[in-house]
Design a protein around this ligand. Sequence first.
Ligand code: SF4
Ligand code: SF4
Length: 70
Amino acid sequence: MNYITIDKEKCKACYLCINECPKKLLKVSKETNNLGNHIVEFDDPEHQCLACAMCAMRCPDMAITGVYKG
Ligand code: SF4
Ligand code: SF4
């Protein structure tokens, strides 16, 4: 099962990654970080992640810290 990891304290809530994901697996979370930003969360109940890393490459703040193939 492929997955990504997000450093929520680095997320600036620009949401560029949401549009970048070809499978639309990122969404705005109800959770906020220490900056008060509504962070993004990875939501992949059907295991569709391609581990393509497009989300990580798009993030200007390097908040998507890992992309894993499993
Ligand atoms: S691109 Fe990066 S900073 Fe912007 S919402 Fe996504 S994880 Fe957060
Ligand atoms: S690695 Fe690719 S498929 Fe997986 S969440 Fe990121 S952009 Fe989407």
